[in-house]
Design a protein around this ligand. Structure first.
Ligand SMILES: [Zn+2]
Length: 405
């Protein structure tokens, strides 16, 4: 089937185009521009709306149901930073156009008894048998050899990239969490690179961030929240070409802020089940002494220094004590925070489209161009000047299939 979208403002993931029409056929965009619809095409009049690539959330922990919620908000791809899917489950998600697509790190490199086992305990998943019943046991590593074996095992099981947990617990309300030693982290990173996989570190403090840099990671799944970025760390991150997914929404939750205004937004609560609205109104509150403005200032400084900023939420499970975030909805909240930090609306949109596509080598998406996957959003208004407009979703296409309203 061919669809011709006319009279749209088109943001291609990097910039506004002069063209105002687009043709998609089957799963891909086939043409940009052209004044007449191809014969037999369904015509969509996009007057007053902006067409842009589907959003990519660069930090989640997800499930089939969460992928469904994400897509309702225009998130067409979720990048999971710890979770588990069998290859068969991955194929089912890939072929289901009612779900966001997913990429996953599968199980992260983590220390025995270290992060995130303390969160799993809260959720009643500390019993190894609970993991077993889901098809896996939460593994941990203590030595370089174990780290290499772990990376090999999960790459074989389909990990798209490798996640490493560097967390001493100070901002998680659990000081003295066990950690892997630097040699073990380094061995895991080197093994992943030898296998052609990127490595993304969980690091929420400046110390942990320095450890991640020393280990040679490619990206950070959080931005440190215990300190404002100083010139030294900014230069170090820029020189190492490390990308940063600040996850401002979860940072705010750690500091005690619930996402009440987001949950109250009719564009959100009309689309979100009650359990997720309750989750948005929850919060972590493990680091109330934190200064959120400092985190926003750090984002601005990193962006100015040329560090790639990616939009991510760290959305996971619908539990209020782990709340403040929800799949899909919170990506819009993150974009609002990125603009509050000082990114232009277009830069914020790029952080959720073309930038993660480039950094995660998702060559078939994240931009609008002929031949690329037709993951598209039609948004009323102009999010390139008013980021608040992103929630005014008029239509969503996932792989060329329009999501039923
Ligand atoms: Zn996470």
């Amino acid at each position: 089937m061919t669809t011709y979208i006319a009279h749209a403002r088109i943001f291609d993931g990097e910039k506004l185009l002069d063209a105002q029409s687009l043709t998609l056929n089957g799963e891909i965009v086939t043409a940009i521009g052209g004044d007449t619809a191809p014969a037999g095409a369904e015509i969509v009049d996009a007057q007053g709306a902006t067409l842009m690539p589907g959003f990519i959330d660069s930090h989640v922990h997800t499930s089939v149901e969460s992928l469904r919620e994400a897509l309702k908000f225009g998130v067409t791809t979720e990048l999971e930073m710890q979770g588990y899917w069998t290859p068969q489950q991955r194929t089912e998600v890939n072929n289901d156009d009612t779900l966001a697509d997913v990429r996953s790190a599968l199980i992260a490199l983590m220390a025995k008894g270290g992060h995130p086992s303390e969160l799993m305990k809260d959720l009643g998943e500390h019993d190894p048998a609970a993991g077993e019943s889901k098809g896996w046991v939460m593994p941990s590593v203590s030595t370089p050899d174990e780290a290499r074996a772990h990376v090999n095992a999960f790459v074989q099981q389909g990990a798209d990239y490798i996640k490493v947990m560097i967390e001493e617990g100070t901002v998680m309300g659990r000081p003295d969490l066990p950690q892997m030693n630097p040699q073990t982290i380094r061995a895991g990173v080197e093994e992943a690179h030898a296998l052609g996989k990127r490595v993304i570190a969980h690091a929420i403090t400046l110390d942990a961030t320095r450890q991640a840099l020393e280990a040679g990671v490619d990206g950070l799944a959080h931005l440190f929240i215990d300190r404002k970025a100083d010139a030294q760390i900014i230069v170090a991150l820029a020189d190492a070409d490390v990308f940063v997914t600040p996850c401002l929404v979860i940072s705010s939750s750690l500091m005690g802020n619930a996402a009440t205004a987001l949950a109250d937004d009719p564009r959100v609560n009309s689309r979100l089940p009650q359990i997720w609205l309750d989750t948005l109104r929850g919060r972590f509150n493990t680091y109330p002494e934190g200064n959120f403005q400092h985190v926003l200032d750090s984002v601005a400084a990193l962006h100015s220094a040329g560090v790639d900023i990616l939009a991510g939420t760290d959305a996971s499970v619908p539990v209020a004590s782990h709340g403040g975030v929800a799949h899909g909805a919170s990506l819009h909240h993150e974009l609002q925070y990125l603009v509050q930090a000082g990114l232009t609306p277009s830069d914020a949109l790029a952080a959720a489209t073309s930038v993660p596509a480039r950094r995660f080598n998702l060559i078939d998406r994240g931009r609008i161009a002929p031949g690329l996957r037709a993951d598209l959003l039609l948004i009323d208004g102009d999010p390139t000047t008013s980021i608040n407009d992103t929630l005014d979703t008029r239509a969503i296409w996932r792989r060329g299939t329009r999501l039923a309203a």
